[in-house]
Design a protein around this ligand. Structure first.
Ligand code: GDP
Length: 222
């Protein structure tokens, strides 16, 4: 069971909330299926609507998410906490250069400076295919040392053979960009829930180094 609660919207770097729980950023082009997927992952029903007000530039929307971990410890299920950073969609044809620049400045500034950023999920519409923008973003995240996960959305629309082709294309596109130690792209559908468990597992795995750091900080030096 998960519970997501709206924390803040930041339209510029000065408005970012103070760092808290480890953060998972999620980005993708407009219409990639991000709201549907987030609903599937954390059930943020009314919140998805607030991010869709037409005719206004959106900022980064932060949600604090409480979840029960799968591991049953001595005292029962352990609660977990993470923060989602829902990044504004990009890639509308009608978006002008100025807006594109401000989007880039916000996203790049955020990714570079956020000490609690645990994972950056890049969503790609499975039917659209991989474009330079996604490849460059993924590559750039590697250069600044931010863990990244590619997830292809709306995978329910692809046949088995199309999925096979997509996996081959994704391996080729992200092999050089990804470098060693990066996870393989995931195939997901917010509509059917396919792959959602795997994405959730990747998100949870990304939190582990932060949990260790927290324990170490709490225990203090020897
Ligand atoms: P956002 O703009 O990235 O938040 O995208 P939305 O979640 O609003 O979805 C955009 C459109 O794609 C809507 O018409 C959705 O019904 C459709 N869509 C979203 N996710 C899926 C999916 O997993 N499968 C299919 N077939 N359609 C989807």
């Amino acid at each position: 069971m998960t519970r997501a609660e709206f924390l803040a919207e930041a339209r510029d770097l000065g408005a970012l909330p103070a760092p808290g729980p480890p953060e998972i950023a999620i980005a993708g082009r407009s219409n990639v299926g991000k709201s549907t997927l987030l609903n599937r992952l954390v059930g943020r029903h009314g919140l998805a609507r607030t991010s869709k007000t037409p005719g206004r530039t959106r900022g980064i929307i932060f949600f604090d998410v409480d979840f029960a971990t799968g591991a049953v410890a001595a005292g029962g299920r352990q609660p977990g906490r993470l923060r989602l950073a829902d990044l504004p969609g990009y890639g509308y044809a009608e978006v002008g250069r100025a807006e594109r620049r401000s989007w880039q400045a916000l996203i790049e500034g955020y990714a570079k400076a956020r000490p609690t950023l645990a994972l950056f999920v890049v969503l790609i519409d499975a039917r659209r295919g991989i474009e330079d923008e996604e490849r460059q973003l993924y590559e750039w995240l590697g250069t600044i040392g931010v863990p990244a996960q590619i997830a292809f959305t709306k995978i329910d629309k692809l046949s088995a053979s199309e999925r096979g082709q997509l996996r081959v294309a994704a391996r080729a596109a992200f092999k050089t960009a990804g470098g060693a130690g990066r996870a393989a792209p995931l195939l997901v559908s917010g509509q059917t829930g396919e792959g959602a468990g795997e994405l959730w597992a990747a998100m949870r795995a990304a939190l582990v180094p932060f949990a260790t750091a927290e324990v170490a900080a709490a225990e203090g030096p020897e």
